[in-house]
Design a protein around this ligand. Sequence first.
Ligand code: HXC
Length: 531
Amino acid sequence: MALTYDNRNSDTARLGVGPMAIEESLEQLQALKERARLGGGVDRIEAQHERGKLTARERIDALLDPGTFEEIDALAHDWEDNGVRYYGDAVVTGWGKLSGRTVCIYAQDFTVFGGSLGEVVGTKISKLMDMAMKTGVPVIGLNDSGGARIQEGVASLAGYGDIFYRNVQASGVIPQISVIMGPCAGGAVYSPALTDFIFMVEKTSQMFLTGPDVIASVTGEITTVEELGGATSHVSKSGVAHFSSPDETDCLEEVRRLISYLPSNNMDDPPFEETGDPVDRRLDDLLSVVPSDAGVQYDVRDVIERVVDNGEFMEVHEYFAPNIVVGFSRVGGHPVGLVANQPLYLAGVLDIDSSRKAARFVRFCDAFNIPVVTLVDTSGFLPGVSQEYGGIISHGAKLVYAYAAATVPKITVILRKAFGGAYDAMGSKHLGADVNYAWPNAAIAVMAGSQAVNIISRREIQSADDPEEERKRLVEEYRERLEHPYIAAAKGYIDDVIDPRDTRIKIAHALELLRSKSVPVNPKKHGNIPL
Ligand code: HXC
């Protein structure tokens, strides 16, 4: 069959009907597959390339191991026809290998009706998600779509609803990764938002509920698609997206990297990888990395990179709430999730955004059997009217809840400061952490001495001949009496005070012990996390 690309003819209506020689039917099949492969046609493929975007199939090829993609439903189409027939419709679905491990994948095809989602697309994605859940493999969605297919009305909305339902059923069962590589607008954004991680590409991807025109007419605010819903906005301001990349190739490489830390499902162990980095490596220069003066900043990533295997750390949400650092790494070849206060920003305080960020990360690690290693150096929760009005009470409680509910191995090391509620919230023994350590100069108390004396010794200071001298003396006395790790050690709240240079060794040994940690089955349906 000669094939010039025109998906709008109707000659194919008779295809597949009646007896045919096998050669002829194979030829016909080839022709149909070719039509599916061309999506919306060569002109639209060119237009896609001109925008600096790959096509759906090119993206899948770039992400998966070569030659491993098994496409399904390439022959699906809208039976109503309407004189327009796009084989496969506006999404490519199937499975393949990613670094040797099987994943299910779908890629929306912007060349067909702008990648919009109607009945066929919705059914294809839902079917793929069911397959991923049945087989226990991650599902990766490459999004590039104008949203609900307007012509299909409620069938489009039903398609989204069916996907949302599956996103929720799959949550905590298989890792779900969304990659935004074009527009993602309207209610369509809720599927990525229900998944575990969102990647975006700078300048060519946007996410928003309503675009700039609607906003201008409703609120009078003037904005652009990029400013409103571009990668930079979502990785730094809203925190909706976790990763951004300068281009699609880099983005897909990052997806591969993330998958390397994740188990295929919640019953699997995270993938061990021989890293060649000995666990008994002492961190001789760590003493110079963390200044002993609690007021001096440092980058906690310098600690993380020394502690983990070969300094390799995949930071999640790098640009959002930078006062806490979260991400994946390996210790002794086994994946771990790291949560660390970042003294470089806002002195590492816990605020609304950092609490939300860390809580969600801990929940993910817990769902997928990834041990959580927490490095604590924080002066506490951020005080302030805007924080209170913004609901720091509820958001801070999310972090407490996440740690307390997590049953994966939890190891916590207090590096320098653990004051107030933050001591409790940051993976304390009281929230069920398994192994807790502190460095010898760590300050653990309700608050720092400089604040505490103003409350408990106000009268003494005021009546002193030299109030400032008296204040200093009382702060010093408080430090000696209350602001050190040995009270917590005496009470067993921390298991040991350790030489900072042994931090990696101690964490590795604890992880080894906790690999056989067993957790009693909890019969309750679910708790009521302060969402
Ligand atoms: C049907 C659509 C479509 C849609 C785009 N197309 N969006 N067809 N339904 N939602 C078609 C166009 O008609 C066009 O067809 C082709 O896709 C490419 O679109 P262009 O507009 O030419 O491309 P571009 O200029 O790059 O603009 C892309 C866009 C724009 C920003 C996505 O198309 C757009 O604003 N689309 C509508 C977005 C929207 O409002 N969607 C509904 C959101 S509400 P031809 O044949 O000309 O190539 C929603 C509700 C979900 O999604 C609810 C779930 C609960």
